[in-house]
Design a protein around this ligand. Structure first.
Ligand SMILES: [Zn+2]
Length: 378
């Protein structure tokens, strides 16, 4: 029942993202009004993040960028109109302002997010280009600069983000609530149109198929199973290396993965390290299987799903919102539950495990190098 209800909710939130609990859009109205006057808006509550000189300089830079850019520096919290989700705030802001452009949003911590609405420039800007510990004005400068010099591309609309719900503000919807929602949705769908109903059942079928398909993959790893898995994958990689031989194009990467994984196995026993051994060993096997020194990153939601099919812009709890590598199923899903490790009796997303993941988190390239760096080996 819960599954079906979740599917029904997904349908509701995908189709009409702005409906649901009434939220005040007063702030969005205010920011939009200000952006009509000037492309740089800084909320008074976070005015210390950008001084007058920075604002003027950024405004001038935007004027010369050759593409419309709107910059808003605002506090984002779980109890505001966007539930602290920069992507959703941008969606509301664009809808209110009604202008095409690159919308750049910084929150009170200086975390940056940007969305391009029908701007004829390539927007596949990597976060690493602008998030390398520089002060906020400099990073904003870099983002604007990157868009000013980005290669031409066909203008496109970004996907409509899901409306934030009770989940993202930390409150869990009850089963009764979900079921009630489902009944309401179900009957209104019946009343409104048969097409909607057919669509609903199709989504239910897709969700059920996905669940059936995913049943074989762990979603939570306890220390003992993690240890067994790490060792098994390490042995599997060693065998694959032996079978492939030095001439295989994937050999150097597989060896680098093996070396890093073996060192990590020998030196650290915490759950995060154990799982990093798993991911390294899988990465090495991917390199050999694909005959490449640069294998596709694994699905960020759960590396055990396999290699990524594409990158999808998402905000996984605890990771900054950016384009993340995902397997086909996760790329299609509207909600993601990251693989959890049991650390000191508590479940947490694997990338939030203390230790080596603090080094790896947010990067999906040169995995073995990051691990060696973490271990202090050069
Ligand atoms: Zn996945």
């Amino acid at each position: 029942m819960r599954l079906i209800a979740a599917a029904a909710l997904a349908l509701v939130s995908t189709g009409t993202p702005a409906t649901g609990a009434p939220v005040s859009t007063a702030r969005v109205d205010r920011v939009a009004a200000a952006l009509r006057q000037s492309p740089v808006f800084v909320d008074p509550d976070v005015s210390s993040l950008l001084n007058a000189r920075d604002r003027t300089a950024l405004g001038r830079q935007i004027a010369g960028a050759g593409v419309p850019i709107y910059l808003a520096v605002v506090p984002l919290d779980s109890d505001d109109e966007s539930a602290g989700d920069a992507d959703y705030f941008t969606y509301l802001l664009h809808r209110r302002l009604g202008r095409n452009g690159v919308y750049v949003v910084s929150d009170q911590r200086g975390s940056l997010d940007w969305t391009s609405y029908r701007v004829p420039r390539d927007d596949t800007l990597e976060f690493s280009q602008v998030t390398n510990g520089k002060p906020l004005p400099q990073r904003l400068h870099d983002v604007i600069d990157a868009f000013a010099h980005a290669p031409a591309a066909k203008p496109s609309d970004p996907p409509v983000p899901d409306a934030p719900d009770a989940d993202s503000s930390g409150k869990k919807p009850t089963n009764v609530g979900l079921a009630g929602q489902f009944v309401k949705t179900f009957f209104s769908a019946l009343a409104v149109s048969g097409v909607l109903l057919a669509l609903l059942w199709w989504i239910v079928a897709v969700v059920l198929a996905a669940v059936r398909g995913a049943r074989g993959t762990a979603t939570r790893l306890r220390p003992r199973r993690l240890r067994r898995m790490a060792w098994a994958e390490l042995v599997r990689l060693a065998r694959a290396i032996g079978a492939a031989g030095e001439d295989d194009p994937g050999y150097p990467r597989a060896m680098a993965d093996y070396d890093a994984a073996k060192l990590l196995w020998d030196e650290k026993q915490d759950p995060g390290s154990r799982f990093a051994v798993v991911v390294l060993a899988l990465d090495g096997q991917d390199a050999l299987r694909g005959g490449t020194a640069d294998p596709q990153p694994r699905c960020v939601v759960n590396p055990l799903h396999g290699t990524a099919a594409r990158r999808v812009r998402t905000a996984l709890g605890g990771l900054s919102r950016r384009r993340q590598p995902m397997c086909e199923d996760c790329a299609k899903a509207s909600r993601h539950r990251p693989l959890a490790l049991v650390v000191d009796g508590r479940e947490r997303p694997y990338y939030e495990a203390p230790g080596v993941w603090e080094k790896i988190r947010g990067t999906d390239e040169n995995l073995p190098e990051h691990v060696l760096e973490y271990l202090g080996v050069e």
